[in-house]
Design a protein around this ligand. Structure first.
Ligand SMILES: Nc1ncnc2c1ncn2[C@@H]1O[C@H](COP(=O)(O)OP(=O)(O)OP(=O)(O)O)[C@@H](O)[C@H]1O
Length: 316
């Protein structure tokens, strides 16, 4: 059997007296797109920094392509590329200059550097902006430049931190398609705190909570509840008041903002037949425009919400 391309075994990381990652183990096979899902502060960036050799695990070991990230970090850095969340570009550089600079940092010179830059620019549709200052780019283009630099030197593994955060819906779709197309030639690991986003891109999701990776066992047997996703245009307090009064509704949380008018909510309730119809009737009766009400699909979402709610209570 082939061993996984990325292998973490019992990895723990302490920052001084604070434990950020606890006994995390996983394997990622060549060609997978894996999502690492966890709320802010759950340890995603810490795991990524250890994978890419920028932080040393306090205990446990990580291998990429059979190379230990600590004792053989140079080989690992050739195999793995990191796309950080806030695309740190050098604002005084033009896009083309920046990509050449990054190609040189990866050890590419002369025609090899030029070929790599041209190829990445073409793949990310950057040829039109190569002479612009990176400071002048839109958020979507900055993200594409950041992904382009990560592709230089043809790494086998791409690690991306919240790759669609801060993008408009159009750009989000573009970046998602791009990541899917990259997956043909790369193994991709994506961190996010938004489950619906991860589910759209990843073929598999790992959930991280307070530094601990949940096992498949922790994801079973939690479905005593219906979760509905609602999109409605009205003040949150109004929606909350109306929905909470419907029989069986336990809880309403605001989901990531869609950006355009309607706000998205998740409603948790006791399962019963006319629940959705009752909620719509109540909202419409109160003059609230409902643009969407669906059952939130996977159990995973429920489990994630339950668990993150418990853990944020624990932290409070
Ligand atoms: N350099 C550091 N020194 C001390 N504590 C740190 C350091 N970096 C992170 N932490 C702590 O470790 C925990 C995990 O942080 P980490 O940044 O890995 O989480 P995350 O899931 O990536 O969060 P976010 O999505 O907000 O980036 C947090 O409690 C954080 O405060």
């Amino acid at each position: 059997m082939m061993s996984p391309l990325v292998l973490a075994q019992h990895v723990t990381k302490w920052y001084g007296p604070r434990r950020a990652v606890t006994d995390v183990s996983f394997g990622i096979d060549e060609g997978e797109i894996v999502g690492l899902l966890g709320p802010n502060g759950s340890g995603k960036s810490t795991i990524f920094r250890m994978l890419t050799g920028y932080l040393v695990p306090t205990s446990g070991r990580i291998e990429v392509g059979g190379h230990d990230v600590v004792t053989d970090s140079l080989s690992v850095r050739r195999l793995i590329s990191y796309v950080p969340e806030d695309a740190p570009l050098y604002d005084h550089m033009r896009v083309g200059e920046f990509l050449h600079f990054m190609a040189n940092l990866r050890g590419l010179r002369g025609t090899a550097a030029k070929a790599a830059v041209d190829q990445a620019a073409e793949r990310l549709d950057l040829t039109r902006v190569m002479t612009l200052l990176t400071a002048k780019l839109s958020r979507g283009f900055r993200q594409r430049v950041s992904i382009a630099q990560a592709l230089l030197g043809t790494p086998r593994v791409l690690v991306m931190d919240e790759p669609t955060s801060g993008l408009d819906p159009h750009q989000v779709i573009g970046v998602r398609d791009l990541i899917r197309s990259l997956a043909r030639s790369h193994t991709v690991l994506i961190a996010s705190h938004i489950l619906p986003e991860i589910e759209k891109i990843a073929s598999r999701v790992m959930i991280l909570l307070d530094g601990t990776l949940l096992t498949a066992d922790a994801l079973k047997g939690k479905s005593e509840e219906t979760v509905l996703r609602l999109a409605a245009t009205a003040p949150e307090a109004t929606v909350r008041g109306v929905v909470s009064a419907v029989a069986g509704v336990r809880d309403l949380t605001v989901e990531a903002d869609a950006g355009s008018g309607a706000r998205h909510y998740l409603i948790r309730a006791e399962p019963r037949a006319s629940l959705a119809a009752d909620i719509v009737a109540a909202l419409v009766g109160a003059g609230v425009a409902v643009s969407e009400l669906n059952e939130a699909r996977p159990d995973l979402e429920r489990v994630f919400l339950d668990l993150t709610r418990q853990s944020s209570r624990g932290a409070a």
